[in-house]
Design a protein around this ligand. Structure first.
Ligand SMILES: [Zn+2]
Ligand SMILES: [Zn+2]
Length: 293
């Protein structure tokens, strides 16, 4: 794993924006869980066959330690509830291994309908489950990125993440050359971004590409828009890239850009850029007693 378990950047953000605590607290818990070695152990020894369009996780079978997964999930929920976001931890604590596995799978797949169905089965607020899902998937996806990023082709061309298939959370414009790199908020991966092309739909008609920039941050933070798909992408100018574990924090730090773009009628595509079709198996190596404790 790269970087400290919970980056100092999170503490800075917590001090600066105390009102974000209900989002930041479970995010910090998810980032802390990235350091748990059990996630890497859940990955297949080698990724499914490489391809220049298929994310590395596509088709993978994940064998998770049920107890570790459940402990992590309850840790996220506890952090959210401590920060004032009601999730109903008690009901989640009663979920069985199959439900926890389904929740993890739907979170990895970013499957909105499946998440709502799971919320119904567990008598939880669908909005709470949907809000928590990216964090539920985060530790496993970071483990996949740490293991497999080196094998991703340097010239990865699709707009979606080469590890987990998600659309980029943002793009970084780096250094004096202004190299553009797309970043994944779920797994921290990076891949090449194209200038004057929409990352979502590939539109290259510059008459249909635009930008929104707040007056005060025009040089460092802005939004690019595409009239073909109505999508928007946040662009941040940086000297050095954000470490993988900090991408989700940069995404949160720049939420004003999302608000401005959404207010102006731009959207982000729903779901993943490429389906994954992962299989999640929950194993209980210590026996059922551990699970039911
Ligand atoms: Zn990713
Ligand atoms: Zn587009």
């Amino acid at each position: 794993m790269t970087g400290p378990a919970v980056p100092a950047r999170a503490a800075v953000l917590a001090r600066r924006r105390p009102e974000w605590e209900p989002w930041l607290a479970p995010l910090q818990a998810a980032l802390a869980a990235v350091a748990e070695p059990g996630w890497a152990a859940a990955l297949p020894a080698s990724p499914p066959p490489a391809d220049d369009r298929r994310p590395r996780l596509a088709g993978a079978t994940l064998e998770l330690d049920a107890r570790m997964t459940r402990t992590c999930l309850l840790g996220l929920v506890e952090a959210a509830e401590r920060a004032g976001a009601p999730v109903a931890r008690a009901r989640l604590a009663g979920a069985d291994a199959a439900d926890v596995g389904s929740l993890l799978e739907a979170s990895i797949e970013q499957d909105a309908a499946a998440l709502v169905a799971i919320a119904g089965r567990l008598a939880l607020e669908p909005a709470a489950v949907t809000a928590l899902a990216p964090l539920v998937a985060m530790p496993l996806l970071h483990a996949a990125r740490a293991r497999w990023m080196a094998g991703v082709p340097a010239a990865w061309a699709p707009g979606y993440c080469p590890i987990c298939g998600a659309w980029p959370a943002l793009a970084e414009t780096r250094g004096l050359e202004g190299e553009r790199r797309l970043r994944c908020g779920r797994c921290g991966a990076e891949w090449p971004g194209q200038w004057l092309a929409c990352a979502f739909c590939g539109n290259r008609d510059h008459h249909r590409l635009g930008a929104l920039a707040p007056e005060d941050t025009r040089d460092t933070r802005r939004v690019e828009t595409c009239e073909a798909c109505r999508g928007f992408l946040k662009i941040v100018t940086v000297l050095t890239p954000a470490p993988a574990v900090e991408v989700a924090l940069v995404d949160l730090e720049t939420v004003e850009l999302d608000v401005a773009a959404l207010d102006a009628g731009w959207t982000r595509p729903e779901g993943l850029g490429h389906p994954l079709g992962v299989g999640v198996r929950m194993a209980a190596p210590r026996g059922l007693r551990g699970w039911l404790r």
